[in-house]
Design a protein around this ligand. Structure first.
Ligand code: NAP
Length: 218
């Protein structure tokens, strides 16, 4: 399976790419810095230099051709300011969906966020802006006729993966290891019958393949 990952040098994206490459799949993705390309190449992962914001829909479509699926796990991460959050987290998935359609790649997995994440806390204006942009991106993808799947993970950690999760239509926001998010995305990529669904994902006790299997309808 050839999977193009936007955010391939990031925490979740890099883990998805490495897990795919380990079992002989062909991940690829956009990177903004040469050292990221070098690090991924050492794990056998091919990348294309590029920036989602700077590239046109046509340029993105050209690099997506021949891929079987797309994973969007990019994010401005709050470090580049609200305008970057708008362009990457908010506009990015819709722009990529247009490119995906043009390139004939139907399967599109978007890593989003629990809408009620940390609603019990008082968060700053940038966080609220981020949440609005994530929701806007979901809405843009849902309106397409692609085989989209939205995965909303809870707060991400770098703890080692447990191989177990809690996946479903509505979950309570806790936290989850990026390893487990990546492994769940890989399992979802292998389950094409699961599409046009929004799934929430958090730490839990169900083995990942069982958790994904339980979401399929006979
Ligand atoms: N942090 C949390 O607790 C949390 C919770 C739920 C959901 N999420 C979402 O989960 C996803 C993955 O999170 P993560 O922690 O793995 O993210 P991350 O480590 O911050 O990685 C994000 C990646 O996106 C890339 N990116 C940003 N702007 C780009 C652009 N214009 N063009 C191309 N690539 C660009 C970054 O590239 P550079 O390396 O070049 O900067 C980076 O590699 C994000 O969408 C995030 O919003 C996060």
């Amino acid at each position: 399976m050839k999977v193009f990952i936007i955010g391939i040098a990031g925490g979740v994206g890099r883990r998805v790419a490495k897990q795919l490459a380990r079992v002989g799949d062909q991940p690829g993705g956009l990177v903004r810095r040469p050292e990221q390309a070098k690090a991924l190449a050492s794990a056998g992962i091919r990348t294309v230099p590029g920036d989602l914001v700077a590239m046109s829909v046509g340029e993105l479509a050209a690099v997506l051709r021949d891929y079987d699926a797309i994973v969007f796990s990019a994010g401005a991460g709050g470090k580049q300011g609200d305008a970057a959050t708008t362009r990457v987290d908010g506009d990015g998935p819709g722009k990529l969906a247009l490119a995906s359609k043009r390139a004939g790649v139907r399967r599109f997995i978007l890593v989003s966020v629990f809408p009620e994440a940390w609603r019990e806390r008082r968060m700053n204006a940038s966080f609220e802006h981020y949440m609005v942009q994530k929701k806007r991106a979901e809405t843009q993808l849902v309106r397409t006729d692609l085989d989209w799947l939205i995965v909303r993970p809870s707060a991400l950690t770098d703890a080692p993966g447990a191989g177990r999760v809690d996946l479903g239509l509505a979950k309570v926001h806790t936290e989850i290891a990026r390893d487990d998010v990546a492994a769940t995305i890989v399992e979802l990529l292998r389950t094409p019958s699961l599409n046009r669904l929004i799934l929430e994902l958090t730490g839990g006790g169900v083995p990942i393949c069982e958790a994904v299997g339980a979401m399929t309808v006979d």
